[in-house]
Design a protein around this ligand. Structure first.
Ligand code: AMP
Ligand code: TRP
Length: 330
């Protein structure tokens, strides 16, 4: 049985990218009876400014979202990152074997800091990958299911695990990323050159969890395609259409070839209609579950309390070994 670990930041609106890129796979791995832990990355969220009350709300929103997508607290550990103090401590220890060069090369850091003067960039934003490595390594994780934007961070996690093991002796499992072929990078509906993101200025570019069925249908019908009017999967020349086919494949669990075979010869209209109906149906279903869970704050807190007990138990064991290896125990 493999250990599976992943997290999402409670930093705002939830979108279909989170579901298709990450949580959809969590559910599959959970059903395969892996030992799963899924957490709320609130320590990561504060690497950019967050309003106190909103951070609390968004953290509970995310727990409700996990449950609504089928993550089952009876089978899986769901917890808040800040409820396990070991994350911050291991991040510190790992940062001591991490170079500034490695941190500077991370594309997410470059993206998130590009509009800020270098002197003003928060150190937490730069250190973020060391915290992420700590999250993963604390639980002796085998598999990390994420969207493809996280690949570089996981490679760095692997490097740190190998470096630590070589320096101090075998301590950490070296984790593997789990990134699906389709749906691991859903692009913006109006601009298929950039990632679909809930923080996009133009709300037509993303599908949010709280979007109504009608709004989702409208957004998909006006999504950018091309004027070739030839139904092919061609990410080079028909990026917009390829993105919609990816969306279809991820939602329906079908492969790209059979979708193309079904729609080839026709225009894009019917395909878009079918896609819109499928996506809106799935989102509405998740949203209805979400609202039900979100009303019961006491239950969400109970799930987190139990999750924190499980997670602390595992993290205690790993950190005791780390202390011993590094020489922090006398
Ligand atoms: P974040 O909001 O950055 O914490 O992202 C949470 C998870 O959702 C990560 O595994 C991301 O890779 C994934 N994700 C976010 N946006 C997308 C997207 N547009 N396509 C695929 N996966 C995504
Ligand atoms: N960096 C991830 C993101 O932005 C969130 C995250 C933090 C994470 N720690 C993690 C994902 C550990 C997987 C494993 O999406």
């Amino acid at each position: 049985m493999s250990r599976v670990f992943s997290m999402i930041q409670p930093s705002g609106r939830l979108g279909i990218g989170h579901y298709l890129g990450a949580i959809r796979h969590w559910e599959v791995l959970q059903a395969q009876e892996h030992d799963c832990l899924f957490a709320i990355a609130n320590l990561h969220a504060i690497t950019v400014p967050q309003a106190t009350a909103e951070l609390k709300q968004h953290s509970l929103d995310l727990v409700a979202f996990y449950l609504a997508c089928g993550i089952d607290p009876e089978q899986t550990t769901i917890f808040m990152q800040s409820d396990v103090k070991h994350h911050a401590e291991l991040a510190w220890i790992l940062s001591c074997i991490t170079s500034l060069g490695e941190l500077n090369r991370m594309t997410q850091f470059k993206d998130k800091s590009q509009n800020t003067k270098r002197e003003r960039i928060g150190a937490g934003l730069l250190f973020y990958p060391a915290l992420m490595a700590a999250d993963i390594l604390l639980y002796q994780t085998n598999l990390v299911p994420v969207g493809s934007d996280q690949k570089q961070h996981i490679e760095m996690t692997r490097d740190l695990a190998i470096r630590f093991n070589q320096t101090f002796g075998e301590t950490f499992v070296v984790p593997e990323p789990y990134i699906a072929d389709t749906g691991s990078r859903i692009m913006a509906l109006g601009d298929p050159m950039k990632k679909m993101s809930k923080s996009d200025q133009d709300s037509n570019n993303y599908i949010a969890l709280e979007d109504s069925g009608r709004l989702i249908q409208k957004k998909i019908m006006r999504a950018v395609t091309d004027s070739l009017n030839s139904f092919c999967y061609n990410p080079e020349q028909q990026k917009g259409l390829a993105n919609l086919i990816d969306l279809y494949a991820a939602c329906s669990h079908e492969d790209v070839e059979s979708i193309v075979a079904r729609y080839s010869g026709g225009g894009y209209g019917q395909f878009k209609k079918d896609l819109a109906q499928m996506v809106s149906g799935r989102v509405e279903e998740i949203y209805a579950n979400y609202e039900r869970y979100r009303r019961d704050t006491a239950y969400l807190k109970e799930v987190l309390a139990q999750g924190a007990i499980n997670a602390n138990g595992i993290a205690d064991q790993t950190l005791a070994v780390v202390h011993e290896r590094v020489g922090l125990l006398l």
